[in-house]
Design a protein around this ligand. Structure first.
Ligand code: ADP
Ligand code: MG
Length: 370
């Protein structure tokens, strides 16, 4: 039997500074992150939750009426925690812009913002969102304003992208290709490296991607050149923060084969990298409400032809038992692979979770209460 994940012990522990909710798309990461933050605030902690793409109504219930890239105090009548709760929604473009501004100063930043290559990378480069989530986490942590930071992660197709983002981003930004393209500034070194054929090479690229873009690309790389060190340092610092004992990773999964397979892979990766894995949250389970075995319910239903309502209820119960058993089998497969990973199940609520009350209920379930 795997051990039960003790959520309250985790969020009450003053040594827990960061909780990262990760997992594949649509499994309930945002819901789990928001519920944990609400619960932690109710238990006296000064908590902030960084959400990514929350459903509109959920954002509204947290007081995030407009896109806010800075923590905003959740100030609603129905929620008066003993601690404090703030929420923010990650805006990847604004985070990137702020970072450039801070590193490059207003003059150079202006030129960078106008650069088409920057615009493309800042708004649509694969991995930018993950990288900016890391950057924002670094900022929230450095501010010292919060005693617990709950992090939702981007809806990547691959749950591992979040961990790989800093590495990937810095390798693109300070990679050989980028350096090579910044050739005009360092023509001699590049020519030495690639021989006289290099100019022909850049000409060929210019012809393909267009002269203006080429100029922008080279300008972009030159502008970023002095920031490469800073990027890498920050990415490394955030990675260290994530590996430290003050961080806890929660892998969120739905009781579905794909989500559990991904969760299994993610646990494996966290364990291999020595990252602080706290446990698995199995979200939207369908536990049975009565002990009656499914086959027995079906048998009784068959005999009760005179009472269609009772029949329907019994058949519904038999269906639920079948679903619960399927979920149990899936979970058994997971725990066989990861016997040491603690876990907790959160039943599917009758409706979507889009208000504080819903988050309070999910929080209770996460803590094994209610
Ligand atoms: N335990 C639950 N019961 C009912 N609905 C849930 C539950 N957990 C999540 N949901 C709903 O499922 C949808 C996806 O959840 P979300 O947290 O946005 O997933 P993710 O962030 O992983 O993409 C949302 O509409 C949310 O309200
Ligand atoms: Mg989400």
């Amino acid at each position: 039997m795997p051990s039960l994940l003790d959520i309250d012990a985790l969020i009450d522990d003053a040594n827990t500074k960061i909780v990262v909710c990760c997992g594949s798309g649509g499994v309930g990461k945002t819901t789990t992150a928001a519920s944990l933050a609400v619960r932690a605030a109710n238990r006296g902690r000064k908590a902030v939750v960084m959400t990514i793409d929350p459903a509109r109504r959920l954002a509204q219930s947290l007081g995030l009426r407009e896109l806010s890239n800075q923590p905003t105090r959740v100030d609603v009548d129905e929620f008066r925690p003993t601690g404090e709760l703030a929420a923010m929604m990650l805006d990847m473009r604004r985070t990137f812009d702020d970072m450039v501004l801070q590193h490059a100063g207003p003059e150079r930043a202006k030129a960078i913002f106008a650069n088409t290559v920057y615009q493309t990378i800042a708004s649509s480069f694969s991995g930018t969102q993950e990288y900016m989530a890391m950057e924002k986490l670094g900022q929230l942590s450095a501010s010292g304003d919060w005693d617990l930071i709950i992090v939702d992660t981007p809806p990547s197709r691959n749950a591992l992208d979040f961990l790989d983002a800093p590495q990937r981003m810095s390798s693109v930004l300070d990679g050989r290709v980028m350096r090579m393209l910044s050739a005009p500034a360092k023509a001699t070194g590049i020519t030495k490296l690639f021989g006289a054929g290099f100019n022909l090479f850049t000409k060929a690229i210019s012809a393909v991607i267009g002269g203006q873009l080429m100029t922008d690309l080279s300008a972009f790389v030159q502008a970023f050149d002095s920031m490469f060190g800073g990027f890498k340092e920050r990415a490394d610092a955030t990675f260290r923060l994530l590996s430290s004992p003050g961080t806890a990773f929660l892998v969120v999964a739905a009781p579905e084969p794909d989500a559990l397979r991904e969760a299994s892979y993610f646990c494996q990766r966290l364990i291999k990298d020595d990252m602080p894995l706290a446990g698995l949250v199995l979200n939207r389970t369908h536990p049975v409400l009565a002990e009656l075995p499914g086959a027995r319910a079906t048998a009784i239903a068959d005999e009760m032809s005179g009472s269609p309502l009772a029949q329907a209820v019994l058949r519904l119960h038999a269906d639920r038992v079948a679903v619960a058993e399927r979920e149990k089998r899936l979970l058994a497969r997971f725990t066989m692979a990861h016997p040491s990973v603690a876990l907790v199940g959160v039943p599917a609520l009758p409706a979507d979770v889009h208000d504080i009350d819903g988050l309070l209920i999910v929080g209770d379930r996460l803590a094994g209460k209610g």
